[in-house]
Design a protein around this ligand. Structure first.
Ligand SMILES: C[S@@+](CC[C@H](N)C(=O)[O-])C[C@H]1O[C@@H](n2cnc3c(N)ncnc32)[C@H](O)[C@@H]1O
Length: 342
């Protein structure tokens, strides 16, 4: 299950051509693989009808408390709803909400439906995702979600544009040297008194042996992002930018069951399809499902499996927090009423 860590060499800047190409490769060529991250009926519908003509959640993130949810689709949607609820904008009429790193728009369209008086703007660095998101929103008749192509390090929006910003599994793409600029940009975009909610992978320590290094390298290579920061590093940046912390939680146990389900989908569905796709003539048939590059599909499968192993190391260590190698963290920060202009 090893892979070529050299693939990540160019990813020292989310603004670099190398990063853009890696993201395109991951989401453009292999984006169909995410169709498999859903309940069986939705997987089948998306595979046969395509993203825009089915009820697939189209959210590229983990589900919440799968054991207590009616389905994987519901659990995935629940994660989005929880992030949105934490924005605490129930009292604001016609709020303007931003999602940096919106994928194919599943979360933004769900929120647009949940709050018909809101305007949700999603931004992705991958052009094909923006087009898919627009097609899906149009097919659902949603007019209050719009999508644009761009880099969340430098967005075209005015200072203080948004009543809330949520980011689910998307800010982890920013390498360490650009995280201060990212947090400063998010600070610039928020209205005073409003909140940002981030649900993302964080690391708590470096891998300690070959096996752990392989898991981490599988995850980074398969999902194409640089080494994540620790929760503390992220919070320090937020603090320096002027945010007030509202809450930080380790939510790994809430998303763990969906990571397990996704690993099972990878093992029993994606892996056999990866083998099939390498047979002459079959690859083309499966390319709309993300099997256009068998090397990429194998890396994706390795990431799904190794991510679970990374979580398992942490879960086994719940009683021994010093061994926790990676968590999924949920933070919400608040912009003070008076903006820090220093
Ligand atoms: C795992 S997906 C999550 C998508 C979405 N938040 C969801 O939950 O469905 C990560 C997203 O971050 C986007 N992304 C990564 N780096 C970015 C950047 N520098 N600017 C804008 N979007 C970026 C990717 O294009 C992708 O859409």
């Amino acid at each position: 299950m090893g892979n070529d860590a050299a693939d990540l060499d160019g990813y020292d800047s989310v603004a670099s051509i190398e990063a853009a190409e890696l993201l395109e490769l991951h989401y453009d060529i292999g984006g169909g693989l995410y169709k498999m991250w859903a309940s069986p009926g939705s997987v089948l519908a998306a595979a046969v009808l395509g993203w825009a003509r089915c009820d697939h959640p189209a959210q590229l993130h983990y589900g919440w408390d799968l054991a207590g949810a009616a389905s994987l689709d519901d659990a995935i949607r629940d994660t989005t709803r929880r992030a949105f609820d934490l924005l605490d904008i129930g009292e604001i009429s016609a709020p303007l909400v931003f999602e940096p790193g919106c994928g194919i728009g599943g979360a933004a369209t769900d929120i647009a439906l949940l709050r018909p008086d809101s305007e949700v703007i999603g931004l992705s660095a991958v052009r094909a995702q923006v087009e898919t998101a627009r097609r899906c929103a149009a097919a659902m008749g949603i007019r209050n979600a719009t999508f644009c192509h761009g880099n969340y390090l430098g967005t075209p929006f005015d200072d203080g544009s948004f009543d809330g910003i949520y980011a689910i599994e998307s800010l982890c793409y920013t390498p360490a040297n650009e995280r201060p600029a990212l947090v400063a940009e998010l600070y610039r975009l928020l209205r005073p008194g409003s909140r940002i909610v981030v649900m993302d992978g964080c690391t708590c320590r470096a891998p300690e042996n070959e096996e752990e290094r392989r898991y981490v390298s599988d995850v980074l290579a398969g999902w194409t992002f640089p080494a994540p920061c620790t929760p503390g590093e992220f919070l320090e940046l937020a603090d320096q930018a002027g945010f007030e912390m509202v809450e930080q939680r380790d939510v790994t146990s809430s998303i763990y069951d969906s990571a397990r389900r996704i690993a099972a989908i990878a093992r029993y569905l994606l892996l056999p399809l990866t083998h099939l796709a390498s047979l002459p003539g079959v690859g083309r048939l499966l390319s709309s499902l993300g099997f256009g590059s068998s090397a990429h599909a194998r890396r994706f499968v390795a990431a799904c499996l190794s991510q679970l192993s990374v979580f398992d190391l942490g879960r086994g260590a719940c009683l021994l927090p010093a061994r926790l190698p990676q968590t999924t963290s949920c933070v919400s920060w608040k912009m003070p009423r008076r903006k820090n202009t220093a």
